[in-house]
Write a protein that binds this ligand. Structure first.
Ligand code: SF4
Length: 66
């Protein structure tokens, strides 16, 4: 299982995570970051790429289970 947390106080809306994993991260109409906190396993690589690309390291990904 993947669990994502984002420090929205640190997030600077750079959008790298949205670019890397658009099915998981998105901006809402107020240009605030929204995300799927527990995405399906198929998004693991994209989520990790997005977290790695975040210039302010606001994304934490915890992987647990099988
Ligand atoms: S890449 Fe980082 S700073 Fe940019 S929107 Fe995503 S969490 Fe926020």
């Amino acid at each position: 299982m993947l669990t994502i947390t984002v420090d929205l106080n640190t997030c600077d809306n750079h959008g790298q995570c949205v670019f890397a994993a658009p099915d998981v991260f998105a901006f809402n109409d107020d240009e605030e970051l929204t995300f799927v906190a527990r995405p399906a396993a198929e998004y693991r690589d994209a989520v990790l790429a997005g977290a790695g690309a975040c210039p302010v390291k606001a994304i934490t990904v915890v992987q647990s289970g099988a």
